[in-house]
Write a protein that binds this ligand. Structure first.
Ligand SMILES: [Fe+2]
Ligand SMILES: [Fe+2]
Length: 139
């Protein structure tokens, strides 16, 4: 079992908060589980589990970040929340595809998830890290 589809790297992904880094690691772990199942030819079986875990865990994680934006009046709050909402909508679309019995969605789903999470961590999430550091706000 390998966990390398997305590899955590502090230099690339850390936002300077253990709580948030751990939540991001958990999200990456969920996506890696899909990849590992794919490597074993079991991706299709695990798709419903992954979608369920992702929708539950992202709600929790997005709330963590959005509460932080609220508390510290983060200027890019609206844009960032819109990105989160977009992800939630995308997951709903994947859920619908799955429920409609669409076959072999796992490959495209893995690709979407990897792209979304790695880009979001490096762009939007890194931006609040930079902003809070500039303002000397410990998160
Ligand atoms: Fe995040
Ligand atoms: Fe975020």
């Amino acid at each position: 079992m390998n966990d390398d589809f997305i590899k955590w790297n502090d230099n690339i992904y850390s936002v300077g908060s253990d709580v948030i880094d751990n939540e991001h690691k958990e999200l990456i772990h969920i996506i890696n589980k899909l990849f590992n199942a794919f490597s074993e030819g079991k991706a299709e079986d695990i798709v419903p589990v992954i979608i369920k875990e992702l929708s539950t865990y992202t709600q929790k994680h997005f709330k963590t970040e959005e509460n932080l934006f609220e508390t510290h009046n983060y200027p890019d709050k609206e844009n960032h929340i819109a990105k989160h909402q977009d992800f939630i909508n995308q997951i709903e679309i994947w859920k619908n595809k799955m429920n409609q019995g669409e076959k072999n969605i796992h490959y495209e789903l893995m690709d979407f998830l990897k792209t979304w999470i790695t880009e979001h961590l490096q762009k939007e999430d890194k931006s609040y890290d930079t902003y809070f550091k500039e303002k000397n706000i410990q998160i």
